[in-house]
Write a protein that binds this ligand. Structure first.
Ligand code: BDR
Ligand code: CA
Length: 315
C-alpha cells in the first residue's frame, strides 16, 4: 500500500488518475493539492472535489494552491484540450465543493510530517505548488519517499511546442526548482504516456460500468475528440494515471535510466523543454555519477486496460 498525495490541475486525465488513486486497494490517497494549469485553480479544485465525491472519497482533503506561474506571468490554460470546465463539459455545475481551509503548500507540508518518509508525491500538473512548498520548507525532501511527476519529454516530441510538454511548459521555472531539489524524482513524460492510450473501446467498457465508469466515458468523449483533431486518431495519452501507476507499482517500468535533467527556462523556442542527458543509450546506460533523475522510457503494456477494469467495476 502506497501513501499518496496527488498534486493536480484537474482536467480529464487528472480525473482518471484521482479516481484510480481513490479506488485502488494498493493506494492510500491522503490528500489532493490543486494547481492552475488545465483550468484555473478554482475550477480545478471544484473538479477535484466532485471527482472524489463520485468515488465515495469526499473525505480526502482538497487544498487550493497556485493560480499562475512562479514568475508572475499570465496564466494560460489548456481548455482546448479539457473543455472550459476541465471535464469536457460534464462538470456538475450544482456541485458544492468541499475545500480544505489550509492552502496547498500547508497541506503538502502537513502530510509530509504526518507520513514522514513514506509519503509519495505524484504531481500531474505544472510544478508551481511543489516549488512553493520547497520555498516554504527546504527540509521537505528529507520527509518525502519519492516525487513522481507527469511531465516532460526526453526523446519524444513535445505537445505544446516542438519540444515542450504542457506541464513543464506552463511553468519551467517551477519545474527547474523541483528537479534541483534533493529528493528522488521520477519523470514520467510523453515518451511513455503516449504509449498508454485510451480509445473508444475503453469507453465502451466504461459505459457498461457503474456511475464512475459512465462519468469517465462521458468526459473522455471530449478528450478523444481533441486527440483526433490533433493526431488524426481517436486515442488519448493516459498521462496522469500512468505517472500514478509508476509511482505506486501498478505498472512495472522496463527501461528507466537515472540521468540528469535540466529544464530550458530561456525565452527561446525550446522554453519548457526537459533536456535529459541520454547519451548513455549508446552504451547500455552505464551508471552516471551523481545523476539523480529517473526518466521512464518504457513501461510494460496493459496498464490502461487494468485501469478501465477498476473504474468500470466501481459502483
Ligand atoms: C499533461 O498536460 C495536461 O493537459 C494533462 O492533464 C497532463 O497532465 C499532458 O501533457
Ligand atoms: Ca494534469
Amino acid at each position: 500500500m502506497t501513501t499518496v498525495l496527488l498534486d493536480v490541475d484537474t482536467g480529464i486525465d487528472d480525473a482518471l488518475a484521482i479516481l484510480t488513486a481513490a479506488l485502488s486497494n494498493e493506494i492510500d490517497l491522503v490528500g489532493c493539492s490543486v494547481v492552475w494549469g488545465n483550468v484555473d485553480v478554482e475550477q480545478g479544485a471544484r473538479n477535484t472535489s466532485e471527482v472524489l465525491r463520485l468515488a465515495g472519497h469526499g473525505d480526502v482533503p482538497v487544498a487550493v494552491g497556485a493560480a499562475g506561474p512562479r514568475n508572475g506571468s499570465r496564466a494560460v490554460f489548456s481548455t482546448q484540450v479539457h473543455g472550459e470546465d476541465g471535464l469536457g463539459g460534464c462538470a456538475d455545475t450544482a456541485h458544492v465543493p468541499d475545500l480544505a481551509s489550509e492552502s496547498a503548500v500547508e497541506l503538502i507540508l502537513r502530510l509530509s510530517h504526518e507520513h514522514a518518509r513514506s509519503l509519495e508525491i505524484v504531481a500531474v500538473g505544472p510544478l508551481t505548488n511543489l516549488a512553493a512548498a520547497l520555498d516554504a520548507d527546504p527540509g521537505l525532501p528529507e520527509r518525502i519517499r519519492q516525487v513522481t511527476i507527469m511531465g516532460g519529454a526526453a526523446l519524444a516530441p513535445g505537445n505544446v511546442s516542438e519540444t515542450a510538454e504542457a506541464n513543464i511548459w506552463h511553468d519551467p521555472e517551477a519545474a527547474q526548482v523541483v528537479f534541483d531539489a534533493p529528493w528522488e524524482l521520477t519523470m514520467v513524460g510523453l515518451d511513455v504516456t503516449m504509449t498508454s492510450l485510451i480509445t473508444d473501446a475503453h469507453r465502451e467498457r466504461l459505459r457498461a460500468g457503474g456511475e464512475v465508469g459512465r462519468f469517465c466515458d462521458r468526459i473522455l468523449d471530449f478528450y478523444l475528440d481533441y486527440y483526433e483533431g490533433y493526431t488524426g486518431e481517436r486515442a488519448s495519452g493516459n498521462h496522469d494515471a500512468l505517472a500514478l501507476a509508476v509511482a505506486t507499482g501498478l505498472v512495472r517500468t522496463t527501461l528507466s535510466p537515472i540521468v540528469d535533467v535540466h529544464v530550458d527556462c530561456s525565452d527561446g523556442p525550446a522554453r519548457g523543454r526537459t533536456v535529459a542527458e541520454l547519451e548513455g543509450a549508446w552504451g547500455e546506460w552505464p551508471e552516471r555519477e551523481g545523476a539523480r533523475h529517473r526518466v521512464v522510457m518504457e513501461v510494460e503494456p496493459g496498464f490502461e486496460d487494468r485501469m478501465v477494469e477498476l473504474l468500470a467495476a466501481a459502483p
